[in-house]
Design a binder for this molecule. Structure first.
Ligand code: HEC
Ligand code: HEC
Length: 210
């Protein structure tokens, strides 16, 4: 239903540049099998046995970027991102466990989602923002970092496609209010300029991005 535009050269350059400046380093090589053991015992109850969770405010982790997962777990352990439900779990994880969990979840398949009839208009408005940004507010197109299909960029930008709509909306609002911080305030500066309605529209679109 939503058209996919070819990647333009400036975006390729931007992606390449961001890869080189990656905050999470270039080489990540976790052991997915070791990650699976921890995930099955400690994470599956909330994030789903296949990395696709049931509760709409518990994020899907299937297909998420490996380095991003490890990075967020470290932030939670250091108290830089507050997730009360996870405090007890991250306390026991070593940096190696975090890499292994990232490797495990990255290779799982995200479940495709459909746009409910009631969200079609919102998703179309969201698509324009995701692909075109907001020129008058100097908001870059979301796809210039998160990719045209929202799949993220390995080691650099998280996946946003096939994520729960409620979770996406909650995170954008948390960036907007400053409750959640991001590397170099990238997402805080962007979300600050978005209205609550634009955040709803974007979340409706990203949730079912193919
Ligand atoms: C009791 C439920 C619960 C358990 C158990 C749990 N989590 Fe979470 N997790 C959450 C919730 C809720 C959030 C989202 C919090 C927020 O709104 O910021 C989250 C967020 C995350 C995120 C951030 C995802 C993103 O897209 O930014 C990662 C990564 C994560 N969890 C990994 C794990 C791992 C690995 C384990 C097992 C060691 C685990 N979680 C155990 C509830 C849980
Ligand atoms: C300049 C690059 C860049 C642009 C442009 C960008 N993002 Fe992000 N985004 C990031 C980074 C980096 C993160 C991870 C930040 C962190 O550490 O919390 C992120 C995180 C997110 C998350 C949280 C994902 C999760 O699993 O918790 C969402 C949602 C998101 N961005 C949506 C958007 C939307 C919508 C737009 C466009 C309005 C956008 N982003 C534009 C770089 C970007």
């Amino acid at each position: 239903m939503f058209s996919r535009h070819p990647i333009t050269p400036p975006i390729c350059l931007l992606t390449l540049a961001s890869l080189l400046m990656s905050p999470w380093g270039l080489a990540r090589a976790g052991d997915a099998k070791a990650g699976e053991v921890i995930a099955t015992q400690q994470c599956a109850a909330c994030h789903g046995a296949d990395g696709n969770s049931i509760a709409p405010t518990f994020p899907n982790l299937a297909g998420q970027i490996e380095g991003y997962i490890a990075d967020q777990l470290m932030k939670m352990k250091l108290g830089q991102r507050e997730v009360p439900q996870m405090t007890a779990f991250v306390a026991n994880l070593s940096p190696e466990d975090m890499e292994n969990l990232g490797a495990y979840y990255a290779q799982l398949q995200a479940k495709p989602a459909a746009i409910p009839e009631s969200d079609v208009d919102a998703a179309q408005r969201g698509e324009r923002l995701f692909r075109g940004g907001l020129e008058n507010m100097q908001v870059a197109a979301c796809m210039s970092c998160h990719g045209p299909g929202g799949l993220g960029v390995p080691q650099v930008y998280p996946r946003v496609a096939n994520q729960h709509r409620d979770y996406l909306e909650q995170q954008l609002l948390a960036y907007k209010s400053g409750e959640r911080e991001s590397e170099g305030n990238i997402m805080n500066d962007i979300a600050f300029k978005l209205s609550a309605q634009q955040i709803k529209d974007l979340s409706a679109y990203m949730h079912a991005l193919k």
